[in-house]
Design a protein around this ligand. Sequence first.
Ligand code: FAD
Length: 291
Amino acid sequence: MHQQALSAATAVSAGDEIRVLDHGFIRVVDLMGDDQAIVQAARVSYGRGTKTAREDRGLIRYLMRHWHTSPFEMCEIKLHVKAPLFVARQWLRHRTASVNEYSARYSVVPDEFYVPTGEVLAPQSSDKKQGRADAVSHTAAEFIRKRLKDHVKTSYDLYEALLGGDDTVGGEGVARELARIALPLNTYTEFYWKIDLHNLLHFVRLRAHDHSQYEIRVYAEAILSIMERWVPFTYEAFVDYRLGGAQFSRLELAALRRMLGGETVTAENSGLSQREWREFTSHFALGASAA
Ligand SMILES: Cc1cc2nc3c(=O)[nH]c(=O)nc-3n(C[C@H](O)[C@H](O)[C@H](O)COP(=O)(O)OP(=O)(O)OC[C@H]3O[C@@H](n4cnc5c(N)ncnc54)[C@H](O)[C@@H]3O)c2cc1C
């Protein structure tokens, strides 16, 4: 994992930083609220209630289980993120946050590029349309890494030539907002990102999932390690009910009931499509039929 987690003993505070990928990081800028704030807000809705830590934990688990999401909005976090452009592009699809990004019109872009390590350089997966198979050989990885490094050097040389207007571009430079078009997708960018805990959970659920691209997943995992220390009861409930839990459709529940009744249920007699059946049975690591 290309992400260095915070020590398990540390509580989270502003300034804490987790290194991610080769030059990236997530730094905590500010935090508002904690598990207590969630419980407090829920108590306003439900009247007098829980008092002990055990009951607080139970209330948070109840809220998570039943999708009572608004109390989680009482907590907010502001992060400073440094990530490659292609990761930032996926990240900023999440619209429920406030963002300020480094301006490559205003400032010169630093000479920093993401170059994957050999373990994560892999060919296209044959069964997943968006995904990778197993890593390429060590020899191939070394070739690919060298080509990528050569490529970013050429790109950055051109960027500097366009800024400075040297002889290779006819002696006249162009504005930073134009010169940047020479830079590749693995260039690092930085942004401030402020989001409430409800929407953060949504982000992490989607981006820590193994369907997500590795390079954004490691950032989501870094955020998870921040949550573990910031809101431990919420983190635990989230792992139990969202990351580690599963949701079943009406047809899947019907199939489950038949299985529990001792019936042999197959893809063919389940009423599910082949794909739904595969996804359903993957929860239990079952084969083609289930009794
Ligand atoms: C594995 C994976 C693959 C993906 N592949 C692609 C792809 O190939 N192409 C692509 O374009 N995107 C892709 N996405 C991005 C995806 O479609 C979402 O845009 C992204 O995950 C943000 O999710 P969101 O809209 O739920 O989150 P947010 O923008 O944070 O929104 C959170 C929730 O708020 C509500 N909401 C926010 N804005 C609106 C609105 N304007 N109208 C109505 N409701 C709103 C919705 O309920 C939404 O779920 C992919 C995402 C993942 C995780």
